[in-house]
Design a protein. Structure first.
Length: 527
């Protein structure tokens, strides 16, 4: 049964693309329109205000404030302000002297303008902040909008009036009626959205029609023909694929036809060899998939647990390897971490490693301490170990509430710990016990250490320090620590890449000699 066709995917993609175009185009256009309108209102308001400020003599304002008596100059300015108001959309033009707690009017273009001379009034909400922004030598020129129940939408602005010494002595303000501002913006938004939708639909239909003819239909033809060929690839009577597009699809069909002929010839000449090789490859591939699926491969493994982060990788020297890593929750506050290396390589080592991993995991989930887990695992392996294989194991159980780790080292490598100083160092203060699988009843001892908040520990198998150049020189532990400390606080994946890059640079293209496994835990702490 054919899955969702490419035509449907193209339609869905075009619809999504069209939606994104409509949304982003509308948002950007409307933001631009709104910015332009605000700039227009701002320039208009402050054009009036600066003109009034230039005309009014700031030195006279002090006399009007002290006497509250108008004169001929007072009337001249009042007539000017009134004329400007009547000839424009200004609702009100006024001049006042700002004080700390209130303001005193000098001019006001109201029905009874003389009554405003000397009139005191409290600041409205935000008035003091507006006064501080405007009543200075370098005033902030920014209008504000508010809605008046009587007059509707109002744009308001202020600008200082300076005396002969260049000091601000008063503020001139105005209220500009903007009744159609929001309606115009809404009309513009609707118009732009409709235009973009219609244009996008038309363009999408044209593009889909062209795409169907030049791409979708030929691909479907090619897909049907390929399925026919693949269903009976050695059938000489199946006709060649015929796609005539004059582009890469036609080249693809010609290449497939050639490949079809070559494969049929190859099948005839190498039937027995291919069958045997196929069987071996299938078995190795299956073994590799089984081993790969047995190792945890989803990172981060516990996305809901923010106390720590963990990453691991295993690179076998052959199709399958004897190294393994494992991690799992023992309970809500403890996570078990295992890194191990089985003696030998290939399929036998891989099988033995899977048995060991499952046994360790089962014992750990029963609640045993790390030493008891390895003791029980060792005894279990020794009972049925006719090939005398053994495993070096490092097993640690970390308390995710405080970073405390209880661990056992059964003949394995030393952990590298990033502690308070922020640098990775090998942890030497740990007992080294016998690898499991050697001797039944062997004792195993525990040791403990703490990972501070922001710290980490790095585990590995001997394939890392023993990576070998063609001249038999080893990568060694010092180079590994230097690679980790190249950027010690980098994300875990970057730490791995630093080590891998250092190994690749060191071995200079030499063939991988041993399985390499790495695991790193970074502790973030619990809030």
């Amino acid at each position: 049964m054919r899955k969702k066709g490419i035509r449907k995917k193209v339609i869905i993609g075009l619809m999504f693309f069209a939606l994104m175009i409509v949304v982003f185009t509308s948002i950007l256009t409307c933001r631009r329109y709104y910015t332009i309108k605000m700039r227009e209102y701002n320039e208009l308001v402050y054009g009036y205000l600066r003109s009034a400020s230039d005309i009014i003599d700031g030195d006279r304002i002090k006399d009007y404030v002290e006497t509250d008596e108008p004169d001929e100059y007072y009337d001249t300015i009042l007539n000017y302000l009134t004329a400007v108001q009547k000839e424009t959309d200004l609702r009100l033009f006024y001049v006042f002297v700002p004080y700390e707690d209130d303001l005193e009017y000098v001019w006001q273009t109201d029905e009874d303008p003389y009554s405003w001379l000397g009139y005191h009034e409290n600041y409205m909400e935000g008035g003091k902040e507006t006064r501080d922004n405007c009543f200075r030598k370098d005033p902030v020129q920014e209008i504000t909008f508010y809605h008046d129940p009587t007059y509707g939408n109002i744009a308001c602005g202020f600008y200082p009036i300076f005396d002969s010494a260049g000091e601000p002595v008063a503020l001139v303000g105005l209220d500009l009626s903007t009744p159609d501002l929001y309606r115009n913006i809404l009309t513009f938004i609707i118009t732009i959205v409709l235009i973009v939708i219609v244009a996008t639909i038309i363009a999408g239909l044209i593009f889909f029609r062209v795409l169907s003819r030049s791409l979708v239909d030929p691909i479907n033809t090619l897909n049907d023909a390929v399925n026919t060929v693949l269903s009976d690839i050695d059938n000489d009577e199946i006709p060649d694929i015929s796609v005539k597009t004059g582009d890469e699809l036609e080249e693809l069909s010609d290449s497939f036809n050639k490949m079809h002929h070559d494969i049929r010839q190859y099948i005839k000449e190498n039937a027995k060899i291919s069958a045997e090789k196929g069987r071996i490859d299938a078995e190795l591939s299956l073994a590799a998939k089984i081993q790969e699926s047995a190792l945890p491969s989803v990172f981060p493994p516990f996305p809901d647990m923010k106390e720590f982060d963990l990453f691991a990788s295993m690179s076998p020297a052959k199709e399958v390897g004897g190294d393994f890593y494992d991690f799992f929750l023992v309970d809500d506050t403890h996570v078990a971490i295992t890194v191990a290396d089985v003696s030998g390589k290939g399929v036998p080592a891989a099988i033995f490693s899977m048995i060991t991993m499952i046994t360790i995991q089962n014992n750990a989930k029963l609640g045993f301490r790390p030493s008891e887990v390895l003791s029980r695992t060792n005894d279990s392996l020794c009972q049925n170990n006719s090939e005398e294989m053994f495993v070096t194991v490092w097993l640690g159980i970390m308390d995710i509430t405080n970073g405390h780790v209880v661990a056992v080292n059964a003949g394995h490598e030393l952990p590298a710990i990033r502690g308070e100083n922020g640098m990775f160092e090998l942890y030497h203060d740990e007992p080294h016990d016998l690898a499991i699988g050697f001797m039944e009843g062997a004792p195993y001892s525990e040791y403990e250490f703490d990972i501070p908040k922001g710290g980490a520990f790095f585990m590995y198998t001997d394939g890392v320090p023993e990576s070998m150049r063609e001249d038999s020189a080893l990568f060694d532990l010092d180079r590994m620590i230097d690679a980790l400390n190249k950027d010690p606080k980098a994300p875990i994946r970057d730490l791995f890449e630093n080590v891998k890059s250092a190994i690749a640079e060191f071995i200079e293209g030499a063939e991988q000699f041993d399985d390499t496994t790495m695991l790193c835990v970074e502790y973030h702490g619990r809030d």
